[in-house]
Design a protein around this ligand. Sequence first.
Ligand SMILES: Cc1cc2nc3c(=O)[nH]c(=O)nc-3n(C[C@H](O)[C@H](O)[C@H](O)COP(=O)(O)OP(=O)(O)OC[C@H]3O[C@@H](n4cnc5c(N)ncnc54)[C@H](O)[C@@H]3O)c2cc1C
Length: 411
Amino acid sequence: MRDQYDVIVIGGGPAGVTASGLLSKWGRSVLLLEKEKFPRYHIGESLVTGMMPVIEELGAAQILEELGAIRKYAISLIWGSHPDPWTVRFDEVSPFPYAYQVKRAEFDSLLLAHTRRLGTTVIEEANVREALFEGDRCTGVRYSRSDDVIDVHAPFIIDASGQAKLMARRFDAVGWHSDLKNLAAWTYFQGGSRYDGQEAGNILVENRPPGWLWLIPFSDNTCSVGFVAPSKDFTASGLKPAAVLYQSIDESREVKRLLTGAVEVSQVRTAKDWSYTCERMSGPGFIQAGDAAAFIDPLFSTGVMLAMRSASAAARAANDILDEPDSEASIRQSYEDGYRSFLDVVISFVRFFYDPSKEVWDYFERARELVDPTEQLKAREDFIVLISGLVAMHPIMDYVPAAPVAVPPSG
Ligand SMILES: Cc1cc2nc3c(=O)[nH]c(=O)nc-3n(C[C@H](O)[C@H](O)[C@H](O)COP(=O)(O)OP(=O)(O)OC[C@H]3O[C@@H](n4cnc5c(N)ncnc54)[C@H](O)[C@@H]3O)c2cc1C
């Protein structure tokens, strides 16, 4: 086994496979180390169209069809002062008319196999224990596998270790968003009903004070149903998280209706759902991508999109740094600036949206202020562009040859 590569990627989730896949495609030697044996369970099942340009660049579009995943054409919401459900469709503005609802165990496994096909050396059950440094420069990692402890080296490391946040924890650089300290509890049901026709794959997001419910339908007639609320409200209820989830479902309007006749087929799972942006997202010899750099509340299902888009930018940065080592500092800074400004827009909108007392129009207007101040689109379209993750990012992120945001004539 060789011990030197161009790039080492830590983690085989959506961020890791994106970074490794693109770098392998561009002819770099890449080692990806993943702690688990795939397929492994993971939350994060509802995708948005902002990830589709990256899927295309990876040449992985057929994977989503192979999965037989249900297409997600739209998002249905019960949110705002108006009590009725409302729906926005991706094809109202996006060049990508649909995304997918996926079981992550299958989705992530197929992507891992894809990066292998692109030339990445993938080692599963390889637990990265620490990053290796010479002075302040990261030069490799130490991982354990079975009883072996192995050192490998590369001029550049990409940390895609998800919420393990290997590098951010090492540098004590996790910046928590204290107003978004939520807890999520979720489970799976079989049966119930779906919306009609193309709407059958819609995610439903229903406001249920002090939090909100999601219902994500899958192609096998099961669905994922979860409740997200401030951790302190879960605690204050005096109930177990599972009881809070069941009570929220019972008090809901649309989720309860769609679950009529459905049977629970899983145990309730819970996760700490605290948003953070790392205060540093790179250093000499390394860059963080995906949840290893930042995690934003799942309200708009942006996690996988952010993971893939940040990882593609990180891959591009790593590739440029290998070509021009003298420009490393400015390339890394460009990556951080671009990603941070995109995250700032998304998080600012999540904060605004968390006030469910507004008119739907207020949400559209706020989206316009954030992403389209010159009013090229209708405000409703700005909202869709924003929650799709198709906002044009900083030039280093905006690499997709086909412009990610189609701008139709205004009016
Ligand atoms: C309650 C909840 C609901 C969510 N819902 C959605 C949703 O509907 N849609 C959406 O897009 N996102 C959602 N997300 C977010 C989504 O789960 C993540 O943003 C996404 O998985 C990030 O991808 P990643 O590749 O950065 O990290 P991950 O997918 O977590 O992958 C990281 C990988 O690194 C591996 N790893 C960790 N440590 C090590 C180590 N030391 N050595 C080697 N490997 C290691 C892990 O095993 C893992 O496979 C949700 C999150 C939560 C908490």
